[in-house]
Ligand binder design. Sequence first.
Ligand SMILES: [Zn+2]
Ligand SMILES: [Zn+2]
Ligand SMILES: [Zn+2]
Length: 452
Amino acid sequence: MPTTHATAHAKAGMIARLNHPDYDRWASQIKRTGGCRQPIHLRGKVDHYDPATGQLLHRYTTRTEPDGILRVPCKTRRASRCPACAETYRADTYHLIRAGLVGGKGVPETVTSHPTLFVTLTAPSFGAAHTRREHGGKVQPCHARRNATTCPHDRVMSCTTRHGRDDPRLGEPLCPDCYDYTGSVLFNALAPLLWKRFADSVRRHLAKLGGLLLKELRHHLTLSFAKVAEYQRRGVVHFHAVIRLDGPGGPDAPPPGWATPDSLTRAIRHAAKAVSATAPPYDDQPERVLRWGDQLDIRPITLSGDLTEQAVAGYIAKYATKAAECVGTLDRRIHSLETLDAYDLREHARRLIATCIRLGALPDLAELRLADWAHMLGFRGHFSTRSRHYSSTLGDIRADREQHARDNEITTGRLPFFDDDTVLVISEWEYAGKGHSIGDQLLAAAITGGCR
Ligand SMILES: [Zn+2]
Ligand SMILES: [Zn+2]
Ligand SMILES: [Zn+2]
């Protein structure tokens, strides 16, 4: 590698850090962040007082830490921003999803006997796009049409290529000028509402199957779920969900006898077809009704067999750390069309983002906040959500880990051992920045085995 100004600067920074007397403490801070690429810097102190006498028993201050700060992990779920923290998020999500399938983390093992399905709800088509399909292990031609039509823009609506897995054309429309970009971003914007209506409709249908009024249902049965949004290459979201039937109050009690996998399947099929969400009219355009696509996949989750609980938990956890970057777009907010040119975007992603920005400026569509969520191609929902009774929460799992870290600080003598109930703890923290200098970044990667 040629010695550029940047690498010389990095080397000087690394040498200074390595030679500094507090290097060991710095390295241990870095190890504790687990290789976070963009740690948060905190300045502050924690005082332990005796509540009876007001005596200061112990003080921790960042003043004695390297650079006078404590580095803590950024905790992002986005793998594109920080692979290390996203990996933690992925692992936590995995355990959370798995607990909802086989028990653990406060969920009883009897949950395995509750009807549980893995459901994929898809977006409808917004125009022909290059795809890769396999049939019997063989890749099929993309859009082979014997008597292919020519679109009004003179493009033949056919593609006989057997696309490779990484073909950059995958997800791109056969004709970008025919493609319904408006429909695509409106669908993403309304997908969270569509999901909510879907879940409500499943409950209503189940109540009907059980001969109950909807308001009586919760005294008999709880619909528990964990879902994750996945971007398709064409830039629309799909939802994958674990949907489970519990007794009243959650997984501790079994659902009533009539609530079988079969009745859950029927309720899901019904709901996926029945629900819609409407985008308001704007300019000379009429209102637009959006629904789920025809492809609905419902599969039982079993402990052995095709779709195991590990596979499902792994699948959901993997998508929980992704954003729309898989379609070659950005993982940060975009503020105007002009700034778009600064990014190296594929045409399809650029058009989706531009459509969000254009529609986002219309007062009639203001409530969809499309401009704010242009970088997510219109989707402003949560990537990974769980209903209240699904299993333990990410917060609980994090608290467990933090308690573990605290125990470690106590055994290594950095924190005093006080019974939490008998001391008064007063903490003061302030945000003091984020990230690493270029030299620190290289050193941190070497210490924690990070690749960048
Ligand atoms: Zn991080
Ligand atoms: Zn193709
Ligand atoms: Zn066309």
